[in-house]
Design a protein around this ligand. Sequence first.
Ligand SMILES: [Zn+2]
Length: 280
Amino acid sequence: MTSLMKTDIGASSNASPAAPFPERRPLDRLLSQLDQIADSSDHLIKKTFGQFESNGQSYNLPRYLFLGPKGGGDVIRIGIFATIHGDEPEGALALSRFVVALEKNPELAKGYCLFLYPVCNPTGFEDNTRHSRSGKDLNREFWNNSAEPEVRLLETELWTHGFDGIITLHADDTSNGLYGYVAGSVLSENLIEPALREAEQFLPRNTGSQIDGFDAENGIISQGYRGVLRGPWKLVRPPFEITLETPQKAPLHRQVEAFSAALQTILVEYRYLMAIAQNI
Ligand SMILES: [Zn+2]
């Protein structure tokens, strides 16, 4: 939300005639824990994809796959997307924390293949801006013939993997508590409520009747902006879609723990709901 201000500060304090760009935040440092785990893990592999260019520099989108122990039925595929707003690295850090928890207790991911996208906006992360370096809010560009390479690459992921669930992580500097958006499958509401409840161990919930300009009930919003990262339209069996938002001004470790607890809860609850559905 304060991206413009941050950009201005970054540019004025770091720019010198010899340096055409403000100092950039290193992406590899943000991902170092995930990379370390992937090096030695039986479950986590790094599968970076999608090269693109920005101002003559080459970028990829980081992607990690976490394959849980085999479950009873079909593999459940969940895509988790973070840092589509470049100034919200909390979600990327939370994915590291989440993976640490899964490594300790892989049964949490039994039956799942998790597709983790910790940094969907690498240039925005480097510049510490909400928007990508091209000046676009990538989270308003989806499914609208966007020319932004990050959006096209992520749309292809959303098409090809046929996710059962899509979770996006955001941090909101205007909220004093946790909240979330639901869309897609009607199951989404059954998943977000226990997820928020679990996350409340670490941070309070935003109980306002209006959040981010939308009607909210117990921190849950059922509308949304056009062009946000979500599944393709008009699928016969739409995925559950959940956006989780932490209060960005709260202590970082609490946001990270809240996300990690919420994600673990969604895995447990969704597997449970699927088991019930199979027995009906
Ligand atoms: Zn955001």
